[in-house]
Design a protein around this ligand. Structure first.
Ligand SMILES: NC(=O)NCCC(=O)O
Ligand SMILES: [Zn+2]
Ligand SMILES: [Zn+2]
Length: 461
């Protein structure tokens, strides 16, 4: 089965050029000057459109247990929404509960995801219990295609690890060539600030932001970098939101360290003013780290331009406003942490191109090519080139759309970007050669997505 995408502007990390793309079954077999091939079983006219590698969202949480509930998207609904938004690979987090094993956790996440995904997927492993057994099990995870491990300096008593535990896991990462991903917020100090606020009767959602100041993200980021330096482990800072944390990452990178970071669209476009919306509305915007003051946004865009921020992921972790965010009415610390976004990352970052914040090449790099390299998927994913999986997005840069919960496909009852006017729209999406989204709608299937066994990070010095 051959599919020809004709007449589009094919994008890569260096920009775009007019080219045709020939797909045979699941793979790209040729990228040629326009008109070299004229026939195929299916010919898609991409004139006036961008043809780019499918998005890779390296940070999602489908069906994630948190605070007595589960994030609202299943692997089925979440990966379907991802496809609608031009994301053809997700890397989700398997979550080790304290006292359980990494191997059984991985099995559990396979049970949830296998056969239920509309696009390809991989896993990172959240390590919340560091001991001799789990350290050994990290090797089994790597053998099972999971080459990155997330740890938390936040959430004492739940996911939190001490510096000593982090050090031990980092040593293991150095030994095995795997990557430590870090949720870098000083959770011990934050818990004190939370207790103090609640003690003073301050219970509104905006307190979530006030009790997690950016300085405590900066401090934890610096500490994580120091621990990585001592152990030699590759370090990837997840969901970086604050200028102080970015400075620490930039300094480490200038020093030649294997330190990387991602940010998320919510930190580029939303702010603590959203957390401060009247009544309980701010609960929709509770995620950790919290939305920051607007002044941080310019730094984050600059970080994206300079590659101090290498990746944009969503940290998609949706909780419904009506019955889940509600758990924290009267006590902001009980609001489930997380926001929806897997469907909108490509569109939102395209606004950065439209506004002149980033180039077309940088859009592709931060949303697809770099995550592929960072998490051991390149060149199978992240590039339009012969031999790569035919994960392809045809994007209309001139189309207009308005984001809304009325029209999105995520299983959550609100949009964090309600009413956002977007220039550009996904027109057609191929996942391993199969058209899964087209102007006629969704034509994928939830058994289509395959588990991706990942190699180690492809950027290490
Ligand atoms: N970010 C967030 O608030 N929820 C998801 C879990 C995490 O990434 O820390
Ligand atoms: Zn986190
Ligand atoms: Zn997350």
């Amino acid at each position: 089965m051959r599919t020809l995408l004709k007449g589009g502007t094919v994008l890569s990390t260096t920009g775009g050029s007019l080219a045709d793309v020939l797909v045979e079954d699941e793979k790209i077999v040729a990228v040629t000057a326009p008109g070299v091939f004229t026939t195929a079983d299916t010919v898609l006219d991409a004139s006036g459109k961008y043809v780019l590698p499918g998005g890779i969202d390296a940070h999602t949480h489908m069906e994630m247990p948190f605070g007595g509930t589960f994030s609202a998207d299943t692997f089925e609904t979440g990966t379907t929404a991802a496809a609608w938004g031009g994301t053809t690979t997700i890397i989700d987090f398997a979550v080790q509960a304290k006292g359980t094993s990494l191997v059984s956790t991985l099995d559990k996440w396979h049970e949830k995801a296998d056969g239920n995904c509309a696009v390809d997927y991989g896993f990172h492993m959240i390590v919340s219990d560091v001991n001799d057994t789990t350290l050994k099990e990290m090797e089994t995870c790597i053998d099972g295609g999971v080459s990155s491990f997330k740890m938390f300096m936040a959430y004492p008593g739940v996911f939190y690890s001490t510096d000593g535990e982090i050090l031990r896991a980092m040593r293991k990462a150095t030994e095995t060539g795997s990557t430590i991903m870090m949720h870098a917020e000083n959770g011990i100090a934050i818990d004190e600030l939370v207790a103090q606020a609640l003690g003073e009767g301050k219970t509104d959602p905006v307190q979530h932001g006030y009790t997690r100041p950016s300085a405590l993200e900066g401090e934890a980021t610096s500490r994580a970098i120091t621990l990585a330096r001592v152990t030699g482990a590759p370090l990837y800072i997840v969901h970086l939101s604050a200028a102080e944390a970015l400075s620490a990452v930039a300094e480490a990178r200038d020093g030649g360290r294997n330190v990387f970071a991602e940010t998320c669209p919510q930190y580029l476009y939303l702010s603590i003013e959203d957390l401060a919306r009247p009544g309980f509305e701010g609960a929709k915007y509770v995620a950790s780290p919290p939305l920051r003051e607007k002044k941080h946004q310019a730094d984050l865009w600059r970080g994206l331009r300079t590659n101090d921020l290498s990746v944009v992921s969503t940290d998609h972790c949706p909780f419904c406003f009506k019955d889940q965010k509600e758990l924290g009415r009267g006590d902001f610390s009980k609001i489930p942490n997380g926001m929806p976004g897997v469907e909108h990352r490509m569109d939102l970052l395209h606004q950065g191109v439209v506004a002149g914040e980033i180039s077309l090449g940088r859009w592709v790099e931060a949303c697809s090519t770099t995550p592929a390299r960072m998490f051991g998927l390149y060149p199978r994913k992240g590039v339009i080139a012969p031999g790569s999986d035919a994960d392809i997005v045809v994007y209309d840069p001139a189309a207009r759309q308005t984001l809304s919960a009325e029209t999105h496909h995520m299983a959550v009852d609100y949009s964090a970007y309600e009413g956002f006017e977007i220039t550009g729209k996904v027109e057609t999406v191929l996942s391993r050669g199969k058209v899964v989204v087209s102007p006629s709608g969704f034509s994928g299937g939830t058994g289509h997505g395959r588990f991706l066994s990942r190699d180690k990070c492809q950027y290490l010095n």
